[in-house]
Design a protein around this ligand. Structure first.
Ligand code: GLY
Length: 404
């Protein structure tokens, strides 16, 4: 009789054989991720019935599993794709495929804007790594769903619906757009590349241009929420949802801006987009409240600094964005700065302060992220997208090293 080793056990055998202590931090971080995510896969596989998508921790310490409509539903499949890419372990592919295909219904979702995150991180990475044409079809279908949220008068894609009687209505919002929405544009750019239909590209550029005009402050930081008048297309409010004040710099919002405008530059070559990413990074880099380990507070204006939670997810997103920025000639003399700053973030994230001991932390890799302090939701917890962007950053760094 043969005994099938669990995904984590296979990784542990390899881990023990190659003596991670003699490796550099990057390879040791990949080894650690292989074991921790292997354990997460083993947990998911032990459930019967529907796919359980690990997302964060509940207040009682148990793992919260999200459903397909949650904006975070694509990150666990995406994490397994990146782990496969980083390790070359083809045993991970059937899991990555299964988890990706388990959220196929996300491509039809039209009631919020996050299909770009959801389908891009799962099907997008699957397409990149396997070339599966069914995954390309899912990307184009998802872009079609996202396009239904375009509001021509304002020239933007509406992020959230405003239901009668909702908290959003109580805030006076009509057509809210959050800076996070820049992250959904990659799906539209990809859909044009895959289908040849330039309408997706045009919507993405329109959204990026209006956001460039309305979302940013003279100091380089950005608002979280711009509420548009869907009839006139004008701006009604400049607000926050997850930051500590309308005028504050919510850190993950700054991270989405840096990363999102880097992606917009990748597809368009518009130097104004790169400058936007560079200027927002400069705001964060030079902020007097940026801690020496480069892991930002959840909000750079949080009233209790230095006794405020950090946000490892924002740090991972910034690191991944900076690695991409460092590769473009338009970075001019700043390429080394971007890369060195990203390395500093990654060294901190890979340390015991932010990387959990194997088997702890609900089997997520990173500790210390925040969903929403104002809403008192998921404060100082692991988040599946912190892990996703951390692995993406590890992969980008490796790609850069290979080219040097
Ligand atoms: N897009 C939601 C968040 O960043 O929390």
């Amino acid at each position: 009789m043969t005994t099938k080793l669990t995904v984590a056990a296979v990784a542990l055998v390899a881990f023990a054989a190659c003596n991670s202590s003699s490796k550099g931090w990057h390879d040791a971080a990949v080894d650690n991720a292989r074991v921790q995510i292997g354990m997460q896969i083993d947990t998911v596989e032990s459930f019967k019935g529907a796919f359980h998508n690990p997302t964060t921790l509940n207040p009682d310490g148990s793992v919260l599993y999200c459903d397909v409509t949650d904006w975070r539903s694509g990150f666990f499949p995406g994490t397994v794709w990146y782990l496969y890419e980083l390790t070359g372990d083809s045993a991970l592919v059937p899991y990555a495929r299964k988890y990706t295909e388990s959220i196929a219904d996300a491509q039809y979702l039209k009631w919020h804007h996050d299909v770009g995150f959801m389908v891009g991180s799962s099907f997008g990475n699957g397409l990149r790594l396997t070339g599966d044409s069914a995954y390309a079809d899912a990307m184009v279908e998802a872009a079609q769903s996202l396009s239904t949220r375009f509001r021509p008068k304002a020239g933007i894609i509406q992020s959230w619906d405003v239901e009668p009687g909702s908290d959003r209505e109580a805030r006076g919002w009509s057509c809210p757009v959050i800076i996070d929405n820049m992250m959904n544009l990659e799906l539209l750019f990809e859909a044009t590349r895959l289908s040849g239909d330039s309408s997706y590209y045009r919507l993405a550029v329109s959204h990026a241009d209006r956001t460039l005009k309305e979302h940013f402050r003279p100091d380089g930081s950005c608002f979280h929420v711009i509420d548009y008048d869907s009839i006139s297309g004008g701006v009604n409010h400049r607000h926050t949802a997850q930051g500590c004040a309308h005028s504050s710099a919510w850190s993950r919002g700054q991270a989405w801006a840096i990363y999102g405008y880097t992606v917009a530059y990748r597809y368009t070559g518009n130097p104004a987009y790169f400058k936007r990413a560079a200027d927002t990074f400069e705001f964060m880099r030079t902020h007097p409240n940026m801690p020496s380990d480069k892991i930002p507070y959840w909000d750079m204006d949080a009233p209790g600094i230095p006794d405020e939670p950090r946000d490892a997810s924002a740090a991972a997103v910034i690191a991944s964005g900076l690695y991409e920025m460092s590769t473009y000639p338009v970075a001019e003399g700043n390429g080394a700065l971007y890369r060195e700053y990203a390395d500093s973030i990654m060294l901190s994230l890979a340390s015991e302060e932010y990387t959990a001991a194997v088997g702890d932390n609900g089997r997520f890799i990173l500790k210390h992220s925040v969903t929403s302090k104002p809403a008192d939701v998921e404060i100082d917890v692991p988040l599946n997208y912190a892990d996703y962007y951390y692995l993406e950053a590890l992969k980008r760094r490796r790609d850069i090293e290979k080219k040097l």
